[in-house]
Design a binder for this molecule. Sequence first.
Ligand SMILES: Nc1ncnc2c1ncn2[C@@H]1O[C@H](COP(=O)(O)OP(=O)(O)O)[C@@H](O)[C@H]1O
Ligand SMILES: [Mg+2]
Length: 306
Amino acid sequence: MNNIIEIKDVEKIYASGNKALNKINLNIKEGEILALLGPNGAGKTTLISAVCGITVPTSGSINVDGYDVIKEYKSSRKLIGLVPQEIALEPFEKVINTVNYSRNLFGYPPDDNYIEELLKKLSLWGKRDSKIIELSGGMKRRVLIAKALSHNPKILFLDEPTAGVDVELRKDMWRVIKELKVQGVTIILTTHYIEEAEEIAERVAIINDGQILLTEEKDSLMKRMGTKKIEVIIKNKIEKIPNELSSFNLTISDNKQKIIFTYDQKRSDLDILKILNFIKESGLDIIDIETTETSLEDIFVNLLKE
Ligand SMILES: Nc1ncnc2c1ncn2[C@@H]1O[C@H](COP(=O)(O)OP(=O)(O)O)[C@@H](O)[C@H]1O
Ligand SMILES: [Mg+2]
């Protein structure tokens, strides 16, 4: 896959002297879903703003589909749809006009069929004649997405799209994002919800303090850094791991009724069978077995600690 966005050595120092981006290098592949994951203040919005040409980097360069985002602003910006973090809409405008106006801003002629299809996909068609001020917060978010997609962009940025939205809208957004991906749209979303990255991203870039700490395929990241945990729940309390099991990395839970085994994803399942057999042979009654995998969240927290 070729790179649709190339970010080279980008730095941003705000007038306040605050260095929000520190030598960012990141390539985004055409058609992928990339999650830019980082805590508040990490520089996510600044980075997106730089790609969209809203913020001028202090140094470095950014290309979008071959266009320099500063020198060829109009051409690069036409390819991008941006769903901003903050809701900024004209309160007394109708939904349909708001979306049509956005399309017009990018210099495209009206396309009633496309806009109708878009509003239907976002469950906004029934509200097309409502004024923005009459909409709920969730509906306003949908309008922001419709605006961002009004000119049928090749690239869609979503800046914290689901912060503070209800579960239904979140699921809906994930569905829309997956549909857009099928149509070949490149999607970059920022989030501090790890669950969101886990659900929809193919690749994850972790940003902290203006620096990219890591960029990796989500699956390989989870395989490489993830661990699994097995908890064997036993009938009677035990004080000590039986001697036969001392060679394994086992611990006893606080309530003394669970034997916990943590292992990395690469380890074979044979050990688990061995452990279970040993437990049975040492006369302990197994009531239940629970397994859990570390989430991207654990990985993320560990990375930030380092
Ligand atoms: N317009 C601005 N002027 C000065 N500092 C800013 C401005 N916008 C953001 N910052 C600072 O830059 C850093 C990165 O902010 P931001 O890009 O909004 O992070 P994120 O989106 O990851 O929460 C923060 O320290 C923030 O306070
Ligand atoms: Mg932000």
